[in-house]
Write a protein that binds this ligand. Structure first.
Ligand code: ATP
Length: 236
């Protein structure tokens, strides 16, 4: 069953055509990757899915709901990774989780989420004192504290060291294994290849290729997803 259905989505910002007829289906329980060059329209797609942006044309349905008309209902059922600026420096890990849980009608037990994501030992640590990897771990935990069916992660591992990236991959797989549908925007083809069940490559506001990593590699007659990405986007 499709959890996200996007048909012929268009969006223009002050004369810049960001999306030019994007259609996508994300199935329940998959890790779906969105990759593509800077400015391709990836973040705009995710923002339309979460109801943050109003599309100019086309349709978006998330869990059967139109995100524009049902934002409040949908926010109870999806989790989105925060940008760093969204948390005050002084907030402690436990306070942040408790506060975010309070935004939901039926949240997960925030203490259990804190424990599951290895954050209990840092419960009293202030946000500003966490390393990049621990901040990302907290963002994932905050995205899950509402017990969502769908999680949207936009460039979650950018800026992390290789160790922290690998740990984040384990955490993302664990989410999927619990039945959560994950949408992951990434610039890293090794990450997309390792994690994603299917990937859409977006360029110039269009989906130019879509499939499993294996299908994209075969389609491009490439040796790796990174080679396929360059072949499909016409970049070297
Ligand atoms: N608020 C905005 N106002 C004007 N133009 C915007 C705005 N947001 C995005 N754009 C433009 O829309 C296009 C798509 O941007 P978007 O951020 O969706 O791309 P992206 O694929 O996520 O890029 P990146 O990989 O650099 O994060 C770009 O040309 C961008 O400059």
């Amino acid at each position: 069953m499709a959890v996200i259905e996007i048909n012929e989505l268009t969006k223009t910002y002050h004369g810049t055509q960001a999306l030019n007829g994007v259609s996508l289906r994300v199935e329940r329980g998959e890790i779906f990757g969105i990759a593509g060059p800077n400015g391709a329209g990836k973040t705009t797609i995710v923002e339309c899915v979460s109801g943050l942006r109003r599309p100019d044309g086309g349709t978006v349905r998330v869990l059967g709901l139109n995100p524009q008309n049902n934002r409040r209902a949908l926010l109870q059922r999806i989790g989105a990774q925060l940008q760093e600026a969204a948390l005050p420096d002084g907030i402690k890990v436990g306070e942040a989780l408790r506060m975010y849980a309070s935004f939901y009608d039926n949240p997960a037990d925030w203490r259990a989420v804190m424990d599951e994501w290895g954050l209990t030992g840092r419960k009293g640590t202030r946000f500003a004192s966490l390393s990049g990897g621990w901040k990302q771990r907290l963002f994932i935990a905050l995205a899950l504290v509402g017990d969502p069916e769908v999680v949207l992660l936009d460039e979650l591992t950018t800026g992390l060291d290789p160790d922290a990236r690998r740990t984040t991959w384990v955490l993302i797989r664990a989410m999927r294994d619990r039945g959560v549908t994950v949408v992951l925007v990434t610039h890293f083809m090794d990450e997309a290849e390792a994690l994603c069940d299917r990937i859409a490559i977006v360029s110039g506001g269009r989906v130019i290729a879509e499939g499993s990593p294996r299908e994209l590699i075969t389609e491009a007659r490439a040796a790796s997803l990174e080679d396929a990405y360059f072949a499909l986007t016409g970049r070297n």
